[in-house]
Write a protein that binds this ligand. Structure first.
Ligand code: BGC
Ligand code: BGC
Length: 847
């Protein structure tokens, strides 16, 4: 076994070394794939608009886990004894927020997961012990045969995507975009092993990782989940991460310290048009194969147990329903021998499907439905479809057999209850010193130095000012998929054992015989020798992180003023940027004396200080990180590159004079394509606020939130997508204005010259108790429209306010707020989207 493992490691390693050694970033297919067989028929490349695949042009891979006669006999025996109800249950996965152990027993469900917002007892922050207890409860229910059935043990999947990231106290590794910059496949395998060990402490068997997406457009809110935009780099990590998580192919995972892995999201989740999450990859089959398919070759070669399909489409066809890609390419040509799971209700997006019914997905080749809250209805429909032949018995049996095969291979049937397995309950492993040291090293290796005119390394004994709103915020440095789904609603108290960037700097400064002072706004008592300003993005996940232009929201650019102020006082500035993706930062680059990209480092913020301070002998520790994605010169999508892929200074070269870079973002802050608010989030550069129309205004960034001394409460509600709307509980008692505003006023004269309206997707959950209007603010003279008392309640509808309601030519050329809801009385109203448009369910009359 050991030998086999080593051989595989050498194989994967050599592929990685070969590709890394090549100066050209682009991967030639031969590097990751065995040469196609000579018998390959000549295939005419498809038109990019087609979603028909040609499996013969895809690489042939060989699944490393050989069939075991004993296991096959057990599968056959189980299949013979399982009822059709048990088989249907086996292919369904439910979320722990919507399923009980009793349900698992009754419906013989094959799997459970905890989504990003779910935790034991509906507590996202439940202590580790509760997770293990719940794992035991699900296991016991699944193997309880008192109500009949063969008692196949359940398997629990979790998003341990940067460490065991749902668990308080676990080690949080840098998000993948930072790990890509480290360019260290050996380290990746160690991170996989450490993550697996921490997962096993709390009893789960399966992680929905690694994400081996190859993001091509940083507007995508999941860019940071990918290691790199370079398929070769991602391919050099994929197999190693799987080895780290799962151990050698075919080993009995649960007998040792490992977990089952899942590569996601198959395929081209990072190739969608305009970087839109869950969007459509409009690319040729060759690009699909060479860019997005590349990491699947080493992943399958390393024996990844499961593959998660993407929410997205390829040339218009949703992957969860794509027979050609799932069955013919992945399972056929590429020989994937594990099972395929869908993403969160993604089957409901397949043409002709709903969350409650989708025979198309299993018929296309998926083996397990992730049906978090829809599992009960799906179970009912699938059972009927299995009985009437809509889902052929052979297909259902194959899906069940694949799931059973993986469960048998990992030793689930012999493992006993989760708390009895290796590492279970060894709480000291969560955030252990060893794992934290690995994470800290990963942080240091991921840092990319873009500029240094000589301030780095910081001199020993120096007095350092630490400024910027991100310096002492562990949630901020950890990003999305951290304890909560979007990584929001957390404070440093939620991260026992973790180190903020500020505390790392304080320790390093003290150790070097100097001192450090924290002052987010950059004020100081004693003039410092140098300042470190930590700034950047705030946490987001999935679609909530999609942006229109490659820049920080205006309120996140405030630290630039701090940098300028410090510089004006003659203080050298080191900028440290926290970000999930490369963004336009021309002014910050010109202003700071040194600029370090910190990515999303996770719980071990001290890794940053490790590279900033001079060593005991005065030498520079240096920087080895190199950009995992090219850095843009402007915020304009598709615009010019400032620093290419793999760029980065070493920090040991002689100080270089800085040639100023452009400071023009190339897009206006209000350049949103006419979409002002989407899926509950303001467009880049826009803000949502609640106020009284005068001085008392609260900007709403995270939810739940309150404004006007509790008179208005704001929460997230589901709309087109989960948490895709904001609900406003207006309690009356005076003026209340909910407004959506750009950073600079808009000239809408061109749009007003026609039938264009502001169209808002809204839901009224109560009739307005007093007059309520939708208004705009454009100087003094802007009008609006009344919300009628008889507006439909309790359902989403689009409401249109013709731009002409807002006033005459002069006013419409200077719109400060194109959309505001204004009323004095009580009203419950929700908003999901605000955009310019021409059609609406209800068009309001100008007043
Ligand atoms: C879940 C996430 C999931 C998302 C999908 C959230 O409520 O917690 O895990 O990815 O919904 O929309
Ligand atoms: C995400 C997946 C995740 C799943 C479960 C989905 O919304 O796209 O990456 O594994 O939720 O939380």
């Amino acid at each position: 076994m050991r030998q086999k493992h080593d051989r595989l490691r050498t194989l994967l390693l050599s592929a990685a070394t070969v590709s890394a050694a090549l100066a050209a970033p682009a991967l030639t297919w031969a590097q990751v794939a065995p040469a196609p067989q000579s018998a390959t028929p000549a295939v005419v490349p498809p038109r990019p608009s087609s979603s028909v695949v040609h499996p013969a042009i895809w690489p042939k891979v060989s699944w490393p886990i050989k069939r075991d006669a004993k296991i096959e006999a057990r599968i056959a025996d189980l299949l013979r004894r399982m009822t059709i109800e048990e088989k249907v249950g086996q292919v369904i996965q439910a979320d722990i927020a919507s399923v009980t152990p009793e349900d698992v027993k009754r419906y013989h469900l094959g799997s459970v997961l905890n989504g990003g917002s779910s935790g034991p007892g509906n507590d996202d922050l439940a202590p580790a012990q509760k997770w293990l207890e719940l794992a035991d409860a699900f296991y016991a229910a699944s193997t309880d045969r008192s109500a009949g059935g063969v008692g196949v043990p359940v398997i629990w999947g979790t998003d341990a995507v940067h460490g065991h990231s749902n668990i308080v106290g676990a080690t949080l590794f840098p998000h993948n975009v930072g790990l890509g910059a480290a360019n260290d496949p050996d380290m990746i395998e160690r991170i996989g092993a450490a993550t697996a060990a921490e997962i096993r402490v709390t009893g789960q068997e399966w992680t929905f990782a690694p994400t081996i997406t190859v993001p091509q457009d940083a507007r995508w809110g999941r860019t940071y989940e990918g290691y790199s935009s370079d398929p070769a780099l991602v391919a050099s990590y994929a197999g190693r991460m799987i080895l780290g998580l799962q151990g050698a192919p075919g080993n009995r995972i649960l007998a040792g310290p490992h977990v089952l892995a899942s590569t996601k999201h198959f395929i081209a989740d990072g190739g969608t048009f305009e970087g839109r999450d869950q969007g459509d990859a409009r690319i040729s089959e060759e690009t699909l194969r060479d860019v997005h398919g590349a990491p699947y070759v080493p992943a399958i070669g390393a024996g990844v147990g499961t593959v998660m399909t993407s929410f997205s489409s390829w040339n218009g066809t949703k992957i969860a329903g794509h027979h050609g890609l799932v069955t013919d390419v992945l399972k056929g040509r590429m020989d994937f021998g594990g099972f395929v799971v869908t993403d969160w209700n993604a089957h409901g997006q397949v043409a002709g499907c709903t969350n409650a019914s989708c025979p198309q997905a299993i018929n296309a080749g998926i083996d397990m439905y992730m049906a978090p809250d829809s599992w009960r209805a799906l179970y009912g429909s699938l059972l009927a479809q299995a009985k009437d032949g809509t889902v052929p018995a052979a297909r259902l049996n194959d899906a069940v057999a694949r799931i059973l095969r993986v469960k048998l291979q990992i030793g689930l049937f012999e493992a006993g209850k989760p708390s009895s397995r290796p590492l279970s309950g060894q709480w000291q492993l969560l955030g252990s010193a060893e794992h934290r040291a690995l994470a800290r090293d990963a942080v240091a290796k991921s840092l990319v130095l873009l500029k240094n005119t000589g301030v780095l390394p910081l001199k020993r004994g120096a007095n350092i000012l630490v400024a910027g709103d991100a310096a002492d915020d562990i949630a901020r440095q950890s990003g999305g998929w951290t304890l909560s789904w979007q990584g929001t609603g957390l404070t440093n108290a939620n991260f026992p054992g973790a180190t903020s960037i500020w505390s790392g700097i304080r320790q390093a400064a003290a150790q070097s015989g100097g001192s450090a002072e924290l002052s987010p706004g950059g004020t100081f008592a004693k003039k410092p020798d140098a300042a470190i300003v930590v700034f950047g993005e705030t946490p987001y996940a999935e679609f909530q992180g999609d942006i229109k232009a490659l820049q920080l929201r205006p309120e996140l650019r405030a630290p630039l003023a701090t940098m300028r102020r410090l510089k004006a006082q003659g203080i050298p500035v080191v900028a440290v940027m926290l970000t999930g993706r490369p963004l336009f930062v021309g002014p910050e680059l010109n202003t700071a004396d040194a600029f370090v990209v910190g990515w999303l480092p996770g719980s071990e913020g001290a890794g940053i200080a490790d590279r900033l301070f001079a060593r005991a002998d005065g030498s520079a520790p240096g920087f080895t990180g190199r950009l995992s994605m090219a850095w843009p010169a402007t915020a304009r999508p598709g615009g010019p590159t400032l620093f290419p892929l793999r760029y980065g200074l070493s920090g040991t070269e002689a100080p270089m004079p800085w040639k100023p870079v452009g400071e023009d973002a190339g897009v206006a802050d209000d350049d949103t394509g006419g979409i002002y608010f989407a899926d509950g989030v303001p467009a880049a550069g826009w803000s949502l606020s609640v106020g009284n129309g005068e001085s008392d205004t609260t900007r709403i960034t995270t939810v739940p939130a309150q404004a006007l001394a509790g008179r208005v409460r704001v929460t997230a509600i589901d709309a087109r997508v989960q948490e895709g709307g904001r609900a406003f509980d207006l309690r009356g008692g005076g003026p209340q204005v909910v407004s959506l505003s750009p950073a600079a006023s808009l000239d809408l004269s061109r749009e007003a010259n026609g039938d264009v309206m502001v169209v808002a997707t809204m839901r009224f959950d109560s009739a307005p108790a007093s007059d309520a209007r939708i208004v705009a603010r454009c100087g003094a003279t802007c009008g609006g429209a009344a919300i009628p008392r008889d507006v439909a309640q309790g359902k989403w509808l689009t409401v249109g306010v013709p731009l002409r309601c807002y006033g005459a030519a002069g006013a419409i050329a200077q719109v400060a707020t194109p959309f505001a809801i204004s009323t004095r009385g009580a009203m419950k109203v929700a908003v999901a989207r605000v955009a310019l448009g021409t059609a609406a369910d209800r068009v309001l009359k100008c007043d």
